[in-house]
Design a protein around this ligand. Structure first.
Ligand SMILES: Cc1cc2nc3c(=O)[nH]c(=O)nc-3n(C[C@H](O)[C@H](O)[C@H](O)COP(=O)(O)O)c2cc1C
Length: 329
């Protein structure tokens, strides 16, 4: 399949693995890229820019296909050393960067000067247009159903994607709720040029996370995610567990008085405990509603091949079949 996204990034299939904290290591990115998609290393999971440089080098040893790096801008009192992160990306010869969290204008000149393609992930049409204005090459449009940070507008992809198509000139991928060939074809129908998946890629053989995380995703239904940190305007969609229900109880009790310090034990430093140790009650971790559509733990190659052959079947048989039944004029 050839789309503006496969052409832009030089990949075989229009499928991207979004940056994921404590998941987006070299093993994950290389597995997706080797399967013909675009794998992405998550910069902020690496403790230092030097570690990031090593992770990029490791990924390059594992694949000769294009891969990217995610740079997330978080609200933080002690921000990461973004210039050093950008330098590690450029020096490592990475050709694609996924930005997220905030407007990436501070890193755009350096990335563009290095000839790097930038895809910005955002949750609204207005932020997508802003990304286009500041020179991003593509947008990842993240609907309300997505795992991670869906923003505060709560517009699901059935509306957000066609709205983005109506407004944008640059290509975009559909992010949030994507799992299979149906997702891909529906997203293409709504104007996207590909899909970005997070949760679905965690439940794969190569995802470098504890088996408990993969099993939790397979066991979860579409009813099992919760929105946390809404009162702080830092909404995150997470899989429910005891810590998440405790956190929500605090949010209800404290109302507008809630501060980050009140929920620190449920959200701070929990990713390594969950992703590496498999301590599923450690706290809140991002997971999309799409968990309800995830029934197995295939390899990345099996998953991507299945998505592409399902898409082919839907387009050429199911959809074409509807047209064939029309009486010719
Ligand atoms: C466990 C997990 C961690 C994530 N961490 C990040 C992150 O650090 N930076 C980022 O931009 N997006 C992050 N995301 C969001 C994904 O890149 C992607 O946009 C999202 O998962 C898409 O929704 P889906 O899960 O329904 O596929 C994370 C998602 C998950 C599930």
């Amino acid at each position: 399949m050839k789309t503006a996204i496969t052409e832009l990034f030089g990949i075989e299939h229009p499928i991207i693995q979004g940056g994921m904290h404590y998941v987006g290591f070299a093993e994950m990115a290389a597995a997706v890229s080797n399967a013909g998609g675009l794998g992405i290393i998550t910069a902020l999971t690496q403790k230092t820019p030097k570690d990031l440089a090593n992770e990029i080098a490791k990924c390059r040893d594992m694949t000769d296909k294009p891969f990217g790096v995610n740079i997330t801008f978080l609200p933080s009192l002690t921000p990461p050393d973004y210039p050093a992160i950008v330098k590690a990306v450029i020096d490592g010869g990475v050709k694609v960067v996924e930005t997220a969290g905030r407007n990436p204008s501070q890193v755009m000149p350096a990335l563009k000067d290095a000839g790097i393609k930038v895809i910005h992930k955002c949750t609204s049409v207005r932020h997508s247009l802003k990304a286009q204005d500041i020179g991003c090459d593509a947008v990842s449009v993240d609907g309300f159903e997505c795992g991670g940070h869906p923003g505060e507008d709560d517009v699901p992809n059935m509306i957000l994607l066609p709205r983005a198509a109506d407004e944008l000139d640059i290509p975009f991928v559909a992010s949030g709720g994507q799992a299979d060939g149906r997702s891909l074809v529906a997203s293409l129908a709504m104007g996207a040029d590909g899909i970005n998946m997070g949760t679905r890629f965690i439940a794969t053989q190569e995802a470098p996370v504890h088996e408990n995380v993969k099993k939790a995703i397979v066991a979860a239904s579409e009813l099992d995610t919760r929105l946390v940190m809404r009162p702080l305007r830092n909404t995150e969609r997470v899989l429910t567990n005891e810590a998440v229900e405790r956190l929500l109880e605090k949010e209800r009790a404290l109302g507008a008085d809630l501060k980050f310090e009140d929920i620190i034990s449920e959200v701070a430093g929990v990713y390594p405990r969950i992703m590496m140790e498999g301590d599923m009650e450690a706290g809140a971790w991002s997971c999309g509603m799409v968990a309800g559509l995830i029934y197995d733990i295939p390899t990345c190659a099996e998953l991507i091949e299945r998505i592409m052959s399902e898409a082919d079947q839907i387009i050429n048989e199911r959809l074409a079949g509807f047209l064939e039944t029309r009486v010719p004029a």
